[in-house]
Design a binder for this molecule. Structure first.
Ligand SMILES: CC(C)(COP(=O)(O)OP(=O)(O)OC[C@H]1O[C@@H](n2cnc3c(N)ncnc32)[C@H](O)[C@@H]1OP(=O)(O)O)[C@@H](O)C(=O)NCCC(=O)NCCS
Length: 300
């Protein structure tokens, strides 16, 4: 029976989440890692909902024999198209479904004027081959690090004023130029989403002239995105976020680009461990990832 490709609807989200869990468990088993530790449920993540709602033309499902068996999701910011999700049910893999989903999401991005294509790939070789064949080549590894919030206190303390930031026009107006400088484009909608729909805190480094020189998002289990005007300032923001999180002293996860030497070396020296590594693939170099720590591979 043929596979039908159509735009994803809100009611597809639980099935999409299940496909994601099954595909990741299958990949983990093939790689000899602990498959049972991967979440498997039908509760869509907030970023999945956010992408479906805000970029509906870039959310696709593959329906086979009446069931959602694969999906792709992406977004466009300025001239950047980013592929956030690509998953195919293990029973339907190796039949062209992944390529068809990727192509539809990419075409929607190209129609919106995107010139740069990028993705954070899992270690799945089929995925990396697909991305390379669509013009995205490896740029750097993206390490998932884990360690104690308290350990961040060993990093240099902030020299500038650190304050709580919000998603008000006041803050977005000051954060925008920094995003433009570090990330290459503004992302006001992502800031609003983080503040309003995720239970996060956000600290900002304020210069004497009132400009924002850096910011870091934090919540119980994770730190990032972190964006700083200089590589060293990242360490000061990590220190500040560590102090904000230290009461819980749970393990926290931080995503670190392999080319971000300042953060990578400092975190490893502070006792953080590399859990696993993904791969940033892109059609062109973009952004200043020597002073940026992403939130992960979905929203970057
Ligand atoms: C990545 C994924 C979505 C691909 O879906 P799929 O339906 O199997 O993909 P397709 O069949 O359309 O395409 C895979 C292509 O990679 C090729 N391929 C597979 N392994 C390869 C390898 N080691 N080297 C080169 N090419 C390879 C296949 O030959 C195929 O190309 P072809 O159709 O021209 O022969 C699927 O494997 C998956 O869900 N994996 C687990 C989750 C994951 O890692 N997702 C990526 C997140 S970034």
């Amino acid at each position: 029976m043929d596979t039908e490709y159509r735009l994803a609807r809100d009611e597809d989200l639980p099935a999409m989440r299940m496909v994601q869990g099954l595909a990741l468990r299958d990949l983990a088993a093939r790689m000899g890692t602990d498959a049972a530790s991967m979440p498997l449920d039908d509760q869509p993540t907030p970023p999945m909902r956010y992408l479906r709602r805000t970029a509906p033309a870039l959310s696709w499902v593959a329906v086979h024999e009446g069931r959602v068996m694969g999906f792709s999701q992406g977004f466009v910011r300025g001239d950047l198209w980013f592929l956030s999700n690509l998953f195919v049910h293990p029973e339907l893999q190796k039949g062209g479904t992944g390529a068809a989903l990727l192509r539809r999401c990419l075409e929607a991005g190209t129609r919106r004027g995107a010139a740069v294509r990028a993705v954070c790939s899992s270690p799945e070789l089929a995925a990396q081959a697909l991305y390379a064949r669509h013009g995205m080549i490896p740029r750097f590894p993206l390490f998932a690090l884990q360690g104690r919030a308290q350990a961040l206190r060993a990093l240099p303390a902030p020299r500038m004023r650190v304050v709580q930031a919000a998603s008000t026009n006041f803050w977005l107006g000051r954060i925008g130029p920094l995003d433009q400088f570090v990330w290459g484009r503004r992302r006001d909608a992502d800031h609003r989403f983080a503040h309003r729909e995720l239970n996060v805190g956000c600290l900002a480094n304020l210069g004497d002239d009132g400009s924002v020189a850096g910011y870091v998002y934090h919540h119980a289990g994770q730190l990032g995105p972190l964006c700083a005007r200089t590589p060293r300032m990242q360490l000061e923001l990590l220190h500040a976020a560590g102090a904000a999180l230290a009461q819980s002293d749970k393990n926290i996860r931080i995503w670190v680009p392999g080319i971000n030497g300042a953060a990578l070396v400092a975190l490893l020296e502070a006792g953080f461990r590399i859990l696993f590594s993904n791969l940033l693939m892109a059609s062109r170099r973009f952004g200043r990832f020597d002073r940026y720590l992403p939130s992960g591979g979905t929203l970057l």
